[in-house]
Design a protein around this ligand. Structure first.
Ligand SMILES: [Zn+2]
Length: 381
């Protein structure tokens, strides 16, 4: 099926990955540290209590946003409402006694999705929570769809930069009328869907404008970037976790180790094909980073970590793995730090980089910090 057939006659030059976009938003409850649960919170950092979604498809020359899909789920592990989640969702423990089982809710969601779609969300935390819940409930964790993270796409198309923003910020920025409060799954899914529609319309509009020869790329680099922007680099395959690991030989110093490491080529960890450099290797403190692009598997992250042997020799553990656009954007932030401050980085030690799961649970067993279940948190390991 060609792109134009997929868009049902919309004059679109966008590389639409599927016939429709399904934007999901999940709400989940979190464990309360002093209440014992049967499950390890590391395995299940959040239990889904609500699924909201909208479908965007093209019809009559425009992108149509469907009525929201919405289902409440009765949790089985975290049945007492975590206070910090409650602040955001306005739900209390008694609200958790109602709703479908996760399995029934997920089945009806899959049925509603239909076929030939790409799953979308704001940040990729919904994706990791969904997979954790599928695993816990012994469902297949394969989603059999690509995932489009709208957050970095918004940053690039609407703002021309790489900042991490909230859904509410994007709604205000694009002047999308606000009807109701945020943080109900179907409302947030609907707002995120409206953001995506706006971005697709912006891309179509700029590409359908008559060519103005006085407007050169040098004068307006943002314009020319949008003319050629593709969605493919914003897509990830959530079912693939390809990674290759290697170690460098031993050296006397990290400088020598880093200098000696061949940095001009890499192979895709999923297909083994040569990949194109997006951001060449750079060194920041005890790490090296690089970004690559595989036509088939999209963003690839190269990472070197300095290690020491008991004898005082150093080597680097090198990993090359498929990554997502949000993590890639964080590497861009590290690159900015490197460009500004050099290899030793920002003079004051920044907060340690955490994983999404660690962000949810406070490691010292305190009640988790107030968090927005919708931060779109993404981190480089
Ligand atoms: Zn590949």
């Amino acid at each position: 099926m060609t792109v134009n057939e997929r868009t049902n006659g919309i004059k679109s030059s966008i590389d639409h990955p599927a016939a429709s976009y399904i934007v999901i938003d999940l709400e989940w409850n979190q464990p309360i540290p002093w209440i014992k649960t049967l499950v390890d919170p590391k395995e299940l950092p959040g239990e889904i209590i609500e699924i909201g979604a909208v479908k965007i498809s093209s019809a009559h020359g425009d992108y149509q946003v469907s009525k929201p899909f919405h289902v409440m789920i009765r949790p089985v592990c975290y049945t007492v409402m975590n206070r910090n989640v409650s602040k955001v969702t306005n739900k209390i423990s008694s609200d958790l006694r109602f709703g479908l089982s996760f399995s029934d809710a997920y089945e009806s969601f899959k049925e509603w999705c239909g076929k030939d779609y790409v799953l979308c969300g704001w940040g990729n935390s919904d994706l990791s929570i969904l997979k954790a819940n599928l695993r816990y409930h012994k469902h297949a964790v394969e989603l059999n769809t690509l995932f489009l993270d709208i957050q970095p796409l918004f940053a690039r198309i609407a703002e021309g930069k790489s900042q991490q923003r909230s859904v509410e910020y994007a709604v205000d920025f694009l002047r999308i009328p606000k009807k109701e409060d945020f943080h109900s799954a179907h409302r947030d899914a609907e707002y995120t869907g409206l953001i995506l529609r706006e971005l697709l319309q912006m891309l179509d509009k700029i590409r359908n404008e008559p060519v103005d020869s006085s407007r050169t790329a040098a004068l307006d680099p943002m314009h020319s970037e949008l003319m050629t922007l593709r969605l493919a680099p914003y897509l990830q395959n959530p079912d693939l976790h390809a990674e290759t690991n290697s170690k460098t030989p031993l050296y006397a110093s990290w400088d020598a180790c880093y200098e000696d490491f061949p940095k001009d080529a890499a192979l895709c960890p999923a297909c083994g094909q040569p990949i194109a450099p997006q951001l060449p290797w750079f060194r920041l403190k005890k790490s090296g980073f690089s970004l690559w692009f595989c036509e088939e598997h999209h963003m690839v992250l190269g990472r070197m970590r300095m290690k020491k042997t008991p004898e005082g020799k150093v080597f680097a553990a090198v990993s090359v793995r498929l990554t997502d656009p949000g993590s890639a954007r964080l590497v861009m932030d590290r690159y900015e730090e490197y460009i500004t401050y050099g290899i030793h980085g920002f003079p004051m030690a920044p907060a340690p980089v955490e994983t999404a799961a660690e962000n949810v649970m406070n490691p010292d067993g305190e009640e988790p910090q107030p968090i927005d279940p919708h931060p779109g948190k993404t981190s480089v390991e």
